[in-house]
Design a protein around this ligand. Structure first.
Ligand code: M6R
Length: 610
């Protein structure tokens, strides 16, 4: 998704914002640009389609000295990824340069109005419209921050933007409505970015800008106002993340680093949440009375987080007998959902900024439904707006393909289910036994990662695959769905994922000689049936890769390749562990193909447009 960077201070601002954009590359983008004050000759904009290196070439070796600059990496929404559509954009008079994330929904209407006044546009973007509106106000003699406030009032949609002017080039102004924006506070220098890693080399003190706030940023300070111009007190947060935690840590890609981090993620997620007495402690959640009253759970999320939601449904219904539905956030908002007043809406999101989920959350709040977030990024919009949030504590996830966040999301769901069982004193649930199982889980993740070499050999065999099936039953069906998403995201190979028993009702027609079928077969209660499904595939010439637990040998002679993961006493956790070989398989295959693993084509880490 688009990246925003801005700097004012004594360093060379062009070098700083370029470096900040580099640190946002993981978000995915297709063009990039910089605006800076070019001595006495006004604002200069340099922008190029393609990767940052193209922008670097356009800037040349002899980078000019500037002490204010803004920069942007764009992921195309309105208009293709061209030099013209890249940000920054000028206003009509070339007095103001502006960068923008998100979408201005009424931009056509605004553009028509401006065109009638003689404004000429040089791009197809909604962004240029924002620059022109601000420029028009500014040309009437109001300060830049006031011009920005007026513009925000005229625009509909989800956006964040940053602008500075030729005339007042000691400050830039940033505004947020829905899309993330973070102000970094330095010593004699200040900055802004759309994500924390861009700021970490320069400062750890940050302000998460709220919606409908305008920040005026100079070398000496930051003033935050609401849309009426009232100065707002805003807390400063200290970011503890180590910079190295946001870098690759010696691995070739962030994705493999994040896969390998999972034992640590399990420890981090459970830390302080299970006690010596075999109980679950979740301090941030609702009172016992609230838990007793909840009659239904709706889990709302996207992509990998949606797959974690499916695991949650399995768990809540099986363990708690609590009716649970799982919704794609993008569908939920427009489906006029039937929501019981005593239901709980659970929002799962790594970034906490996914606009579809944020919009669904706001709908639930309008309907006065109780909301709970399961979020990784502290300070993110969804985490702030949910009634309560349980953080997944997985650390920054940089690779677009989510891996460790999924594990942490599933673990928080497990902790939550155990916590509810504890509060509701459910007779059939031995919380202490589940907690004992959780204690040994990090070690089991370590063992599961040992399959990497075996899985790499399999990846070599299927490097030219044209299609792959991902199949399982019960929790294994949900886990294999997540395996399939990883495979299509980074290997660019189509997949068919469905419960294994469903194959014979249609998808089986796609099996040909040598077609790969990945089977999750970790649940002992249904393993025999999965064995039959494996044979159905093989009878049509398919190749069955079976992932099962190391305490079972019933499928050893059935699968064409059998991968063993450590056994647990809990089908939910076994299914969760089975995702590790699938993550590794996708990673190795994509790497063997030489694909761009951390930033797969067409995708973005934080999806902040609907
Ligand atoms: O930040 P979120 O968890 O809300 O993101 C949701 C999806 O966009 C995300 O999981 C996406 O599907 C990933 N690319 C999956 O690897």
């Amino acid at each position: 998704m688009c990246g925003i960077a801005g700097y004012v201070g004594p360093r060379n601002a062009i070098e700083v914002v370029y470096d900040q954009l580099k640190r946002l590359e993981y978000r995915g983008y297709d063009s990039a640009g910089i605006a800076f004050l070019n001595g006495g000759s006004g604002i200069k904009i340099v922008k190029k389609a393609g990767k940052l290196t193209e922008l670097g070439k356009a800037l040349g070796d002899d980078v000019p000295e500037a002490h204010i600059a803004i920069a942007h990496s764009r992921w195309a929404t309105h208009g293709g990824p061209t030099d013209e559509n890249a940000h920054p954009h000028f206003d009509q008079f070339e007095d103001i340069a502006l960068i923008h994330n998100g979408i201005i929904e009424n931009y056509l209407e605004l553009r028509t109005e401006l065109a009638k006044d003689g404004h000429v546009f040089h791009s197809e973007t909604d962004t240029e419209v924002a620059a022109h509106i601000i420029g028009r106000e500014f040309s009437r003699g109001v300060p830049l921050e006031e011009a920005v406030r007026v513009a925000v009032g005229k625009m509909r949609g989800a956006f964040a933007f940053v602008a500075f002017s030729r005339q007042e080039a000691t400050k830039f102004v940033a505004a947020r409505n829905f899309s993330p924006l973070i102000v970094g506070l330095g010593d004699g220098e200040n900055m802004v970015a759309s994500d924390v890693p861009a700021l970490l080399p320069y400062t750890r003190d940050v302000i998460y800008l709220e919606d409908d706030r305008v920040a005026t940023i100079t070398t000496s300070g930051v003033t935050i106002q609401d849309l009426d111009g009232n100065v707002m007190e805003t807390p400063v947060n200290h970011v503890d993340w180590d910079l190295s935690a946001a870098e690759k840590g010696g691995h070739e890609h962030f994705m493999i680093k994040e896969i390998m981090e999972q034992p640590e993620v399990v420890r981090g997620c459970l830390a302080g949440r299970i006690d010596e007495g075999g109980k679950v402690r979740l301090e941030q959640v609702f009172s016992d009375q609230v838990w007793h009253g909840i009659d239904r759970v709706n889990i709302i999320s996207c992509g990998t987080a949606y797959h974690a939601g499916l695991m949650g449904k399995y768990l809540f219904e099986k363990m708690l007998r609590l009716p649970t539905d799982v919704f794609f956030s993008s569908e939920f908002r427009y489906s006029d959902p039937l929501l019981s007043p005593d239901s709980l809406a659970v929002f799962i999101s790594q970034s906490g900024e996914t606009i579809d989920s944020l919009a669904a959350l706001r709908l639930c709040k309008q309907r006065r439904i109780r909301t709970l977030g399961i979020i990784n990024v502290v300070g993110s919009a969804i985490s702030r707006e949910c009634d309560r949030t349980v953080f997944t504590q997985a650390g920054p996830e940089i690779s677009v393909a989510s891996t460790k966040a999924y594990t942490a999301q599933c673990l928080v769901l497990k902790l939550l289910a155990l916590y509810i069982a504890q509060v509701r004193e459910m007779p059939g649930v031995r919380v202490d036994e589940h907690v004992a199982e959780l204690r040994s889980l990090a070690g089991k993740f370590e063992s599961a990662l040992q399959v990497s070499a075996q899985v790499k050999t399999l990846a070599e065999k299927f490097i030219d695959a044209k299609l792959a099936f991902f199949l399982g039953r019960n929790a294994d069906a949900h886990a294999t769905r997540e395996g399939a998403l990883k495979f299509k995201e980074i290997c660019y190979i189509p997949t068919q994922e469905c419960p294994a028993g469903e194959m014979k009702h249609g998808p089986l027609a796609l099996i040909e000689k040598g077609t790969l079928a990945v089977f999750g077969a970790t649940d002992p209660d249904i393993r025999e049936k999965v064995g039959s499904n494996i044979r159905e595939i093989q009878a049509r010439g398919g190749f069955a890769w079976v992932i099962t637990t190391d305490n079972d040998d019933s499928l050893d002679t059935v699968g064409d390749l059998v991968t063993k993961i450590p056994s647990t006493n809990d089908p939910y956790l076994s299914a969760l562990l089975s995702v590790i070989p699938m993550q590794l398989f996708s990673y190795h295959l994509a790497n063997l193909k030489g694909l761009e693993i951390d930033q797969p084509r067409n995708l973005a880490k934080s999806v902040t447009v609907e």
